[in-house]
Design a binder for this molecule. Sequence first.
Ligand SMILES: [Zn+2]
Length: 155
Amino acid sequence: MRCPWCASVEDRVVDSREVEQGEAIRRRRECLGCGRRFTTYERAAEAVIWVLKRSGQRVPFERAKVAAGVRAACKNRPVREDEIETLAAQVEEAMREHGPQVTSEQIGRAVLERLRLLDDVASVRFASVYKGFEDVGDFARELGLEPPPSDLPTG
Ligand SMILES: [Zn+2]
């Protein structure tokens, strides 16, 4: 695994543990070139849904990001947290059927279809704001619900 700081390919694993209810293994690695540590995640390839962004970048689908975007749109609306979680799970399920690669637009549309059934105002908010952003995670960040992504490489 190439070191994110010095590009050395020599490293040793200093810690391995199961995360995400056993669906992934997190490894702490120490670079033998510069001595710095970084983290990698290992999981079955079939389990990952890839999201193709407009920029051409591919990132793993994250249900929590979808929930955060929906939660932002539902602010001060009578939508319960469990309804938001259910919606995010349904969107993940739908994307899994389209997978292994989907576009951020597909996710946005899938959210909208379901959010419309829960709350009109929230769905209009989501539609109007979402279209200007790269993905639903950006939408959540814009509304201050999520810190910006860390600059530190995680592997
Ligand atoms: Zn290094």
